[in-house]
Design a protein around this ligand. Structure first.
Ligand SMILES: Nc1nc2c(ncn2[C@@H]2O[C@H](COP(=O)(O)OP(=O)(O)OP(=O)(O)O)[C@@H](O)[C@H]2O)c(=O)[nH]1
Ligand SMILES: [Ca+2]
Length: 845
């Protein structure tokens, strides 16, 4: 283990940075660096991605370097060079540095930086001045012009030193090469400097970025403000770093990245009502009970009376805490409205006017309203409150669907009336107070409606209103008639088949197995039932079933009762699996057909759950709920206590329109997560889509998944994939190989043979096959998702008809949302279940 060591890379204070890139054999003396502590064990090939990293006891970043050494001229001997290249990418530049320690002097660096007032200019100057590496005497000695390298998209104005430019031509950079070793390609994973956007490959990143005392910045960018376009990625660790560093290190780096002073949003970057904020104002804004979400530099308007908040010239996007002492007074044209209707002195936008009208607010005569934080409003100059915008039950939903903000408990109740910053930060999801929206979509028949209904039954005291129940009852009764129709159709077919069989096999012999002299089989029915059957089938064929039923329900009820008791119908029912169109839920209802078709029938929650076509099939449906407080033993942390505060909106939309028309998708830009539902047992199912071409349903599902994942509205959103109908899948996989779907033709469950030899028990063998197969499907979707987005797909296996299973999946969704918001504040190791790759999904069944 006596290998030479490269060290140290001290973090510079302010602008003064002293680089010591000298290679020293086994230097163990503590460096002056305040930065975090690491030893990279190069012999374990840390750079290639699977190396282990350890935390060393002293404040030194040490690279164990292998036998390669520079000669005094600062160059490798040819022999060593080749060795070096094969072992240690990225160290080569060190050979270009002068052997002696080299340093930036304070004066050299701070010259232009300090005198420049504009901060972007600061950056540019910094890039120009600070990065041309000079020796102490001021003469350029290094051939690496970092400035030029980092300025890929910038002005390229870094030609302080022509020689340097030549060395690293633009073309190379444009090819997506690593900025340090000039290897790799655009497609190779790279880590990006938060300040200058320089990109480094896995072999170079740790050397280029050193100990990262301010997060992911090149060593010479430390001390400089980040590129604001990268603010969202602060504290979000990349896969590359996760591979290179251990969790403790990642935790420290990400924490530093998010909280170190220089990375904080400069207050003057936020303009509210035309006035740049002061530091105190920004603190007030960020620490109020309901602050604006993911605040980015920009100009905003803020209506202090109602708490409405939006980007300048745009409709409101949020309701934040009212009465905050930030920014200037609101301007009439703040949101660029042209409706001649005013709220608190701001001319509102068209979409807001529409919302007001839907909320029943009289808007004739260009009124000027005064709207309070609780939604109560009056006309300007009048004393009486005219009503409350949020008073009507549907207003919030309308608002949500129009992508307008709705008030949260937080924004109303905890509204800060003073300007004093709240000292304690609430967790993000509470801060933002407003409901968390979950969009639930999936291919037809994947079980989205079932999950939606389960959510209602699980979390609502009265899942369905009286009116809803009444209309659901009619739906169920109509459904039952259509099941009967399908059954009768099947009966006809079975009758014909058996008659044909009889004719073929024993043309003139009658026997006792159900045939008789007058062409009767066990599937034959009497004339009365036959007439009814013919009529029902005709009605169904003409598509008028909905129109006639359920009005005719009562009239036909006695006939149905007779029919259900008929032996031919029962014989048909026994062969129901052969009637393809008949859904499996049909038996749940058919076996209670008499009860269900009674006038006084009242559907139970379970009936409603099983019923098809209950949620509106052409629009959006929405349920708002909060998770009930968990049992005491589950509330390990205080977060559990807050859970019952947080409101969730599960919005479901029919997937039918997704392919052709994504308009409504755009309305859902502020959902927090997309839950995509796939029926596992679709793998051998086919549907005739559009022009009669036959598609595998799993592939059709995948297509819609891709459409949604790539839709701009959902670019940054997390996705939870629900692999539904696990119960049916477990049964089917015993009979039908997964390879029936071409996407899974690489599924070769070799292990299942081991399983079967290990446990002779047939059922456990099957469940493990189902597990392997569902895992395979999950991984396929994960790979697809990460190839599109570069991010991780969360997966949950679900049995939609089982409440506990759906409950677990929705709680998983909640955890993901929470985790994303709290990620920077909590240790990664505490949440390591989220950080694994393919293997991370919950079995919620
Ligand atoms: N066995 C089983 N059946 C399920 C499960 N989830 C849903 N179903 C049934 O599958 C059928 C389709 O479910 P829906 O919830 O209507 O699916 P959907 O995605 O709304 O389908 P469309 O209305 O056609 O778009 C219904 O009959 C459900 O009862 C499940 O986990 N297991
Ligand atoms: Ca449905």
């Amino acid at each position: 283990m006596s290998l030479p060591v490269v060290q140290p890379m001290p973090a510079p204070a302010n602008c003064s940075r002293i680089f010591s890139k000298e290679l020293k054999p086994h230097d163990t003396e503590p460096a002056s660096s305040p930065a975090s502590v690491r030893t990279f064990d190069r012999s374990s090939n840390a750079g290639s991605g699977d190396g282990k990293t350890t935390v060393s006891p002293n404040s030194v970043i040490a690279f164990e370097d292998g036998p390669a050494r520079r000669n005094d001229a600062g160059d490798f001997s040819s022999e060593e060079h080749s060795h070096e290249l094969s072992n240690l990418h990225g160290v080569k530049e060190s050979s270009d540095f002068n052997d002696s320690n080299w340093a930036f002097t304070d004066s050299l660096l701070s010259l232009d930086y300090e005198s420049s007032r504009d901060s972007s200019a600061k950056n540019a100057d910094f890039n120009n001045e600070c990065k041309s590496v000079c020796d102490v005497k001021g003469a350029p000695i290094v051939t690496l012009n970092v400035n030029n390298l980092v300025n890929v998209d910038g002005d390229g104005n870094g030609n302080d030193n022509e020689a340097l430019v030549e060395e690293f031509p633009v073309t190379k950079r444009n090819k997506g090469l690593c900025y340090r070793c000039f290897k790799g390609s655009r497609f190779k994973e790279k880590e990006v400097c938060l300040v200058c956007s320089a990109k480094y490959c896995g072999n170079c990143v740790l050397e280029a970025m050193g100990s990262m005392p301010e997060g992911r910045k090149c060593v010479d960018c430390i001390g400089y403000p980040i590129d604001e376009s990268k603010r969202e990625s602060l504290g979000k660790c990349s896969r590359m770093l996760r591979r290179l560093l251990n969790e403790l290190e990642i935790r420290q780096i990400m924490k530093a990245e998010r909280f170190c002073e220089v990375n904080q949003l400069p207050p003057e970057y936020i303009c509210v009502n035309g006035k740049p904020l002061s530091f105190e104002e920004l603190v007030t804004l960020q620490n109020c009970a309901a602050p604006p979400k993911k605040l980015k530099p920009g100009s905003y308007w803020y209506d202090k009376v109602s708490g409405l908040w939006g980007e300048e010239g745009q409709k409101p996007c949020r309701i934040i805490s009212p009465h905050l002492n930030v920014g200037g007074p609101i301007k009439p044209d703040a949101s660029n409205g042209n409706t001649q209707v005013y709220i608190n002195g701001r001319e509102i936008t068209k979409v807001e006017l529409r919302m007001l009208q839907l909320a029943g607010v009289q808007c004739a005569g260009n009124p000027h309203f005064w709207v309070n934080e609780d939604g109560s409003y009056q006309e300007e100059g009048q004393k009486n409150t005219r009503g409350n915008i949020w008073g009507k039950s549907g207003t919030k939903l309308v608002s949500a669907l129009l992508s307008l903000p709705v008030p949260s408990k937080c924004s109303i109740l905890c509204g800060e009336r003073t300007s004093s910053p709240v000292s304690k930060r609430l967790p993000d999801y509470l801060e933002h107070g407003i409901v968390q929206r979950l969009l639930l979509v999936g291919y037809g028949g994947s079980g989205t409606s079932t999950i939606f209904k389960q959510a209602k039954i699980l979390y609502k005291d009265t899942p369905f209103s009286k009116d809803e129940r009444e209309s659901i009852k009619l739906t169920i009764q109509t459904n039952v008639y259509s099941y009967i129709g399908l059954l009768l159709e099947g009966r006809e077919r079975f009758e014909e088949e058996s008659l044909l069989n009889i004719k073929k096999s024993r043309p003139d012999v009658l026997d006792s197995t159900g045939t008789s002299s007058n062409n009767k089989t066990i599937y034959s029915i009497g004339t009365r039932l036959k007439a009814f059957s013919d009529w029902l089938l005709r009605t169904m064929a003409s598509g008028k079933l909905d129109a006639i039923f359920p009005a005719a329900t009562r009239e036909y009820a006695p006939l149905i009762e007779e029919m259900w008791g008929n032996a031919a119908i029962q014989a048909t029912y026994k062969r129901r699996r052969e009637i393809e169109m008949l859904p499996s839920v049909a038996s749940y209802f058919l076996e209670r057909v008499v009860e269900i078709l009674r006038a006084d029938y009242e559907p139970s929650d379970l009936d409603i759950l099983y019923a098809e076509g209950v949620t509106s099939s052409n629009g959006l449906a929405c349920v708002e709920f909060s998770f009930p407080p968990s049992a005491p033993e589950e509330t390990v942390d205080t977060m559990g206590l807050h859970d019952s505060f947080v409101r969730y909106q599960l919005i479901t939309a029919h997937a039918r329109g997704i392919g052709e028309n994504c308009k409504w998708l755009e309305m859902l830009e502020d959902v927090g997560m997309v839950i995509f539902c796939v029926a596992l047992n679709d793998y051998d199912q086919f549907s005739t889509e559009g022009k009669g071409c036959i598609t595998n349903k799993m592939l059709a599902s995948r297509k819609i998944f891709e459409t949604i994942v790539t839709h701009p509205t959902f670019e940054q959103m997390d996705f939870l994939l629900i692999l539904n109908k696990l119960d049916q899948f477990e049964e089917k996989i015993k009979q039908v190989p997964l390879t029936r779907c071409e996407w899974f033709d690489d599924f070769h469950p070799v292990i299942s043979r081991q399983c079967s030899s290990n446990n002779k028990n047939g059922s456990s063998n099957n469940s493990s096959l189902a597990q392997l197969a569902s895992h395979h499907i999950a991984v396929k979707f994960k790979r697809l998702y990460s190839s599109i987005t570069g991010r991780k797909l969360y997966v949950s296996l679900v049995k939609g008809l089982e409440p506990d299973s759906v409950d677990a999946a929705l709680k998983y969704a909640r955890e993901i949302l929470k985790w994303n918001q709290e990620r920077p504040n909590f240790s990664l190791s505490d949440n390591s279940m989220y950080s694994t790759e393919d293997s991370s999904f919950s079995f919620t069944c």
